[in-house]
Design a binder for this molecule. Structure first.
Ligand code: HEM
Length: 220
């Protein structure tokens, strides 16, 4: 038995997943199901409200803001997986990154389609003029365009094909999150608390990727 192994037997938590592998498998499966279920809630709720007339006096704005919020929450959660799994030594969390990223892209696509389709009736000249006029739409478009290659290359095939370039490409997620927060910040008139809270969250998650911060946290 390698040295120090004995010592391990005395700390009940250290290898509890070895002692109860089935229980750990179950809790991981439960968390994965919970993540998928949680990500589908905004869409289900929106559908129920749409079918029962619960989308306020301005349904298009309600759909736009709710799909935008769902996109931003999923994007921030997908960015939280890597630092949390690293600091908490929970490597099993890493596979949650892809579905969360794809849900973020799904909601951002719904969000953009609501804007271009429902709100602007696919009048591309009008949309273009609005993009030129409203800087928050420029930031939103930038966020969406940054997410596009991530969604397109989210398969294992692309991960193999791109090799180390895949990790570099997927750093675009940082830019997408920063632009989405700026998009939100620029569109709110007075109360900037919500976009600011998202901004602090994104800044913390990016800071956690800095080796010095990660090293300090791990040793702590
Ligand atoms: C082409 C891209 C985009 C366009 C044209 C767009 C357009 C809009 C518009 C018009 C609103 C304001 C709705 C209103 O209050 O009337 C909005 C809000 C919002 N958008 Fe976007 N957006 C885009 C991309 C994104 C992306 C990629 C994200 C997130 C990843 C996002 C997140 C949000 C959020 C969080 C809000 C505010 C929701 C609230 O007020 O609670 N948007 N967007």
């Amino acid at each position: 038995m390698p040295s120090g192994e004995g010592a391990d037997q005395t700390s009940p938590h250290r290898h509890s997943h070895v002692r109860h592998p089935a229980r750990h498998e179950r809790s991981r499966a439960v968390i994965q199901v919970a993540v998928h279920a949680g990500a589908i809630v905004p869409l289900s709720w929106l559908t129920v409200d749409a079918l029962t007339g619960g989308l306020t006096a301005n349904p298009i704005q309600a759909i736009t803001t709710r799909t935008g919020t769902a996109a931003l929450v999923c994007l921030v959660l997908s960015l939280a997986v890597t630092p949390l799994s690293g600091i908490g030594r929970q490597a099993w969390m890493v596979p949650l990154r892809r579905p969360l990223g794809l849900y973020a892209f799904f909601y951002a696509s719904l969000h953009m389609a609501t804007f271009a389709g429902l709100d602007y009736g696919l009048d591309w000249r009008l949309i273009w003029n609005t993009v030129l006029e409203k800087r928050y739409i420029v930031a939103g478009t930038g966020a969406f365009v940054s997410m596009l290659p991530l969604a397109l290359t989210s398969t294992r095939g692309w991960q193999r094909r791109l090799g180390p370039r895949w990790r570099k490409l997927h750093r675009l997620a940082y830019l997408a999150a920063i632009l989405a927060v700026i998009h939100f910040l620029w569109l709110v008139k007075a109360d900037i608390r919500q976009p600011l809270a998202y901004g602090v969250g994104v800044a913390a998650l990016l800071a956690l990727r800095l080796p010095v911060v990660r090293g300090r946290l791990r040793s702590w």
